[in-house]
Design a protein around this ligand. Structure first.
Ligand code: GDP
Ligand code: MG
Length: 204
């Protein structure tokens, strides 16, 4: 039996329609790129398994499946998310400005505990279209810094540039939080077992 540590992570990928969310997920999970994915990937999530720092990671990556309107995704989509990837297109300024709305929507719908420290990753996609770039790296990094030090990556799902790095980074951040939470739970249980059984009473 393997003694490897295991982590199951639920990662949401949010952002405007057309920024390349489905392509990023497909590139990371299946090493494929197509210019013609339908609006939906036909399922709510794809699963990718990998080893990271001696840990067996199963990442459920949830795509918006063509429902890129605020408030259209439903509770099941947001429930139990361990991390959230916010994607914009480096050639479309509006997709960058809309990140604020996506972030707020996630915090509202997902209502994570400790929202100030929730792991968000911001991805500027389509760096292969450098000639049409309309959102500078500096500007994006500034926004990420002033929004709780979010990590920022620039990727090309088409060229497979930085895609794996970005998803591994989000996995690392989520896992480090998971370990802290496990420690807290362990601690809580220890305190509980310190109480002698006959002193635990209910309803007098
Ligand atoms: P989604 O609506 O956010 O899921 O976007 P898609 O993944 O469906 O991609 C929208 C369009 O952008 C498609 O035509 C893709 O082929 C194209 N696309 C996605 N990623 C890239 C990229 O990195 N570079 C370029 N040049 N096009 C991309
Ligand atoms: Mg899509």
């Amino acid at each position: 039996m393997s003694t490897k540590k295991r982590s199951l992570l639920k990662v949401l990928v949010l952002g405007d329609s057309g920024v390349g969310k489905t392509c990023l997920i497909r590139q990371f999970a299946q090493h494929k790129f197509s210019t013609q994915y339908k609006a939906t990937i036909g399922a709510d999530f794809l699963t990718k398994e990998f080893i990271l720092d001696d840990r067996q990671v199963t990442m459920q990556i949830w795509d918006t499946a063509g429902l890129e309107r605020f408030q259209s995704l439903g509770v099941a989509f947001y429930r139990g998310a361990d991390a959230c990837v916010l994607v914009y297109d480096v050639t479309v300024p509006k997709s960058f400005y809309n990140l604020e709305g996506w972030k707020d929507e996630f915090l509202f719908q997902g209502a994570p505990q400790d929202p100030e420290h929730f792991p968000f990753l911001v991805i500027g996609n389509k760096t292969d279209l450098e000639d049409s770039r309309a959102v500078s790296t500096k500007k994006a990094e500034g926004w990420c810094r002033s929004n709780g030090s979010m990590t920022h990556f620039e990727t090309s799902a088409k060229d497979n540039t930085n895609v794996e790095q970005a998803f591994f980074d989000v996995a690392r951040t989520a896992i480090s939080r998971e370990i802290v939470e496990d420690d807290e739970i362990q601690h809580a249980v220890d305190i509980h077992t310190d109480v002698e059984p006959d002193k635990i009473r209910c309803c007098g």
